[in-house]
Structures are given as structure tokens and as C-alpha cells.
Design a protein around this ligand. Structure first.
Ligand code: CP
Ligand code: NVA
Length: 305
């Protein structure tokens, strides 16, 4: 079935993952050992802390055997083609989860392999992050009608949050400088779902009344050469106490992490009483457990993961 992007999930599928992730958190022994004998590949062509460790632990808690595969060893695209890497790995593994530079590599590998392929971040999307994000938001308020403001670059994290939020009926506002809007095609897709998507170029207007204020780094992995330019363009979009004061009094602050304190988020905001960034990081574990059970077709008779 594979999970390359949020578009692979309909409303019920996404709702089930979020509910299952919550159930995994409530009962960490839920589904313990259910994946005994399965081998899960975790392939990384870029750096990672949360994704690598949470996916590794998730697989272990479910009884599976995780294998981390680093691209500096594998040489995808240099030593052999992405399709060949995928076809070889599929002969050993039951599921292949991958962090790649180019989303088209995931699409190509998925085309050539029978096993589920899961996107652990590409230039286009970060769907596992979005499942954990929705789980985190649902811990504070119902998702339908939630006013979620994402401030910063219209990047992979923004795309998956926008699509996932809109799928479950949230109202998404993306506040970004002109030229840094989300991808047009993904925006159109998000707008065809239940919620709304609005693009705003004024950070104060974007934040006013928000129930969730979310940000991510201004320069993603691979965009390091643009760091200085982006610092100038994004400076007014820093989430700090002054900007956050415009949000709903009950608003929460979110960041997928890693954070660059003093750039996209102030130091004070990271440690603010309404910051849920470390709950969000924890939820990556529960969300990936739900994704593994779902992808490996181990739902119970009621369809729950
Ligand atoms: N949020 C996230 O994906 O973190 P890592 O890059 O550390 O995996
Ligand atoms: N947008 C960031 C997210 C890191 C989790 C990146 O791609 O580097």
C-alpha cells in the first residue's frame, strides 16, 4: 500500500492512524510483539535524530527487527540506481522506510517493489511527522475546525501538515514571505479536502486568533547555501512571545525539530508553557507504531491498528 505522501490516505485512513497513535501512547504494550519475525529497513540519505531513533524503537516495541541503512554506505544514485537499491532491499525486508533527497526516488522504488515503502522525509513531504502532529494537536483540541497557522517556508513539513490538517477538516493558514508559498499542486489537493487553506504574507495577520502556531527551519537540509538569504527574507516570521501573543490564549506552539533557537523560533518560545514541541517529538514514536501496523496489514477485526 505504501505511504509516500498524505494523499495516500483518505480521511478514514488518516483518522485511524491518529486514533491508533493515541491508543499506542495510552498503552505502550499495545500490539507488543505483533511484528515478530519482520525486518524493517530504515534508509537515510540525510541526517536524522528523531526519525531514526523513534522508528527504530517503534519497530523493536512491536517485535520487528529494524535495520538502519545509511546512504553513504549504500550509494543510491551513485553506486547504483534508486530502483536497483529498492529492488535489492525488497528481497530482504518486509517494509522499507526511506529519507531521501528527491521524492521521485521514492515513487520509482515503490513502482518496482512489492513491499510497502514509507516516506521518512523527502523534498516534498514528511507524512510520518504530520501523523504525529495531528496526534499532538488532538491532545489539545478537536481537529475539525482547528485554526492551524504554519509560519515559514512552504516546505516538506508544511506540505504534509497542510494536506493532513485539511483532510481532517482543519483550517490551515500558511504565513510566508512572497516566493516561499507551498507547492501549487499540493495546495490544490489540500483545498479539495474538508478544511480550508489560506496563504498570507503578513505574519501578524497569519497568527491572529490561531489555535496552533507551527514553524520549521527556514533552510531545510540541502538548502544550506541559501541560509543567509533566507534569514533576511524570513526574519519577520520568527515565532516569539510578541507574535505568539496575537494567537488564541489557549494556543499551542509546535515545531517538528530540529529547531534553530534565535532564528525561526525564539529561545523563550521553545520553552514557553504553551510549547508542546517535545510531546510532538515523543509522538513520532507512537505514530510510527500505528503506521507500521497499518502498512503491514496487522489491523484488528474492527480495523484498528
Ligand atoms: N522531525 C524530524 O524528522 O527530525 P529528524 O530530522 O531529527 O529525524
Ligand atoms: N524541513 C526540514 C525538516 C526537518 C525535519 C528539512 O527538510 O530539513
Amino acid at each position: 500500500m505504501s505511504l509516500l505522501g498524505i494523499a495516500d490516505l483518505d480521511r478514514v485512513g488518516l483518522e485511524t492512524l491518529v486514533e491508533s497513535a493515541t491508543a499506542m501512547k495510552t498503552d505502550p504494550s499495545r500490539n507488543a510483539g505483533i511484528l515478530a519475525g519482520r525486518s524493517i529497513g530504515l534508509f537515510f540519505a540525510k541526517q536524522s535524530l528523531r526519525t531514526w531513533v523513534s522508528c527504530d524503537v517503534a519497530a523493536i516495541q512491536l517485535g520487528a527487527h529494524p535495520l538502519a541503512i545509511r546512504d553513504d554506505t549504500a550509494g543510491m544514485g551513485t553506486r547504483e540506481s534508486a530502483a536497483d537499491v529498492g529492488r535489492v532491499l525488497a528481497r530482504y525486508l518486509d517494509l522499507l522506510a526511506m529519507r531521501v533527497h528527491d521524492h521521485s526516488d521514492l515513487v520509482e522504488i515503490d513502482k518496482w517493489t512489492e513491499i510497502p515503502v514509507v516516506n521518512l522525509l523527502s523534498n516534498l513531504e514528511h507524512p510520518c511527522q504530520a501523523v504525529a502532529d495531528l496526534q499532538t494537536i488532538a491532545e489539545h483540541r478537536p481537529l475539525p475546525g482547528a485554526r492551524i497557522t504554519y509560519l515559514g517556508d512552504g516546505n516538506n513539513v508544511c506540505h504534509s501538515l497542510m494536506l493532513a490538517g485539511a483532510t481532517l477538516g482543519a483550517d490551515i493558514v500558511v504565513g510566508c514571505p512572497p516566493g516561499y508559498e507551498p507547492d501549487d499542486e499540493l495546495m490544490t489537493m489540500a483545498r479539495s479536502r474538508e478544511g480550508t487553506v489560506t496563504i498570507v504574507h503578513d505574519p501578524e495577520e497569519a497568527t491572529r486568533g490561531a489555535e496552533v502556531v507551527y514553524t520549521d527551519v527556514w533552510a531545510s537540509m540541502g538548502q544550506e547555501s541559501e541560509t543567509e538569504l533566507r534569514r533576511r527574507h524570513f526574519a519577520p516570521f520568527q515565532v516569539n512571545e510578541k507574535l505568539f501573543a496575537l494567537a488564541d490564549p489557549e494556543a499551542i506552539f509546535m515545531h517538528c525539530l530540529p529547531a534553530h533557537r534565535g532564528e525561526e523560533v525564539s529561545n523563550v518560545m521553545m520553552d514557553h508553557p504553551r510549547s508542546v514541541v517535545f510531546d510532538q517529538a515523543e509522538n513520532r514514536l507512537h505514530a510510527f507504531k500505528a503506521i507500521l501496523v497499518d502498512q503491514l496489514d496487522m489491523r484488528d477485526n474492527a480495523g484498528r491498528c
